[in-house]
Ligand binder design. Sequence first.
Ligand code: ADP
Ligand code: ZN
Length: 604
Amino acid sequence: MLPDTAATPLDVLRRVFGYDAFRGDQAEIVEHVAGGGDALVLMPTGGGKSLCYQIPALVRPGVGVVISPLIALMQDQVDALRALGVRAGFLNSTQDLDERRLVEQEFLAGELDLLYLAPERLRVESTVRLLERGKIALFAIDEAHCVSQWGHDFRPDYLMLSHLHERWPDVPRIALTATATAATRAEIATRLDLESAKHFVASFDRPNIQYRIEPKNEPRRQLLDLIRTEHPGDAGIVYCLSRKSVEQTAEFLVAQGIPALPYHAGLDAPVRAANQARFLREDGVVMVATIAFGMGIDKPDVRFVAHLDLPKSVEGYYQETGRAGRDGLPSTAWLAYGLADVVQQRKMIDDSEGDRAHKHRLSQHLDAMLALCETVQCRRVQLLNYFGQPGEPCGNCDTCLAPPESWDGTVAAQKVLSTVFRLDRERRQKFGAGQIIDILLGKRTQKVEQFDHHSLSVFGVGADLSEAEWRGVIRQLMAQGMLSVEGNYQTFVLTEESRPVLRGERQVMMRREPKKAARSRSRGTKPQVDLPAEAAPVFERLREWRGATAREQGVPAYVIFHDATLREIATRKPADLAALGRISGIGENKLAKYGEGVLAALAD
Ligand code: ADP
Ligand code: ZN
């Protein structure tokens, strides 16, 4: 049922995958690799990287060998391909000898189109000999940034992949990653010997993701509000910094009736695997996780990614938020961030091990992240510029939807800095932001009286701003490097940057939060409901059918059909198999396998 080798890439796209047209650079990449060329592909998550090697593997004679570090996901990837009628298999350490033998036989007999391989398999000489006995269509190196030692995903086994070229000089190689900075890209090219390969760098824009960053007040309440008003019943990921806050947040959500599960490195492997499987297989599960979760998760219908703590870098933030909306449907990336985040992260850098250069790099990453949080410009433009790409104000981020004002905060900054300067004389004491604000507001608290702070000249000079506004001022001074924290007491101290402000030589612009937080798209209704009213119940019925079928077959629901496909079916209500086959995402195999079931569900 698979196209023969004379099939063109477009035939394969239509008949096997059921899609009408290639997206972006896909056509060019596929043609280049199918023709035997090497490629390095940088494309954001959800950009459609898989087809870039799957289709050349199908049109070239032999087996496409895919190197991937994501062992826990190989079974699902292979299941998804088999559902399309593609003959796929994998070899990794989770298999017993018999299972491995079977795949090896299929490989040698030419009965596979794609073989997924964990990189450490290549360390085993017998695997290399096995590969030498079969016919290889191409090597695809997925998550290619794992070869970079600067990134946090470094896998030593990836370094061996440079030998592929020596052993198989005639087999094309395609390396793919969603990690974007120029430095990482250069490192990948060098280490994988892909300098003379053709480089394809896609736009990193993810137009369907709405970026929002708001001040952190009561983070769990804010999160709950986001889920209840905008994403009820949706699948989502909530990132927290610590294991403890992962557990507490998951418990909180569950107590509020939201199906949430925890995931962090401190959980036993079977628990982690079970939670991941539920997240992938069931509809509408919220995963509360540390950043240990997520690489390679290709669940297409994650509708929101929420950060309850400040990410350490823009790269990390972009990768994590990129896990939302791979299916191209509207999705939300939401981050709550506050003064305590800045204090904590600065302190973590101070306390971190490593030389000065290392700390400096961490600081630069944090500064870029803070600049994103405090910007009054379009968030998307700022993100794209960070990755060296141009952008236009997008109309789909919080600053575009409800532009924050910027105001001259010079005097406010001077008030805070001179308070810090005065408190600095009492070094032994710990005075946090609360004390500074109490002094500025002229509050005679116990702690103010105890230290005689009501006699300071700055006492009560800040009645013009509210407590929340003062917190904003202090946060922004921290973010802009005009205020710092020191020592275990976390006392605020002045920096080199503060002096010109105090001397009145430097203006400080600040961001004022818009009164009403942006919540655009659909004024609080859920994005799902862009469906015409009469199609909504049909969509729900199709989802039920899909859920039942997925359980029966033991595969994630999206392996059967993506939401986008179900939505199209619900709107167009095809009357017969021929009409159904014209819907995007329904190829020949799925039509044969599920066509009757879908029509029956529609007829109900
Ligand atoms: P990536 O690996 O780059 O994150 P995927 O390969 O998982 O992205 O593709 C993202 C989604 O887009 C998948 O659901 C995939 O089926 C879909 N997709 C990819 N290419 C096309 C296309 N040409 N037409 C329609 N859908 C596509
Ligand atoms: Zn914007």
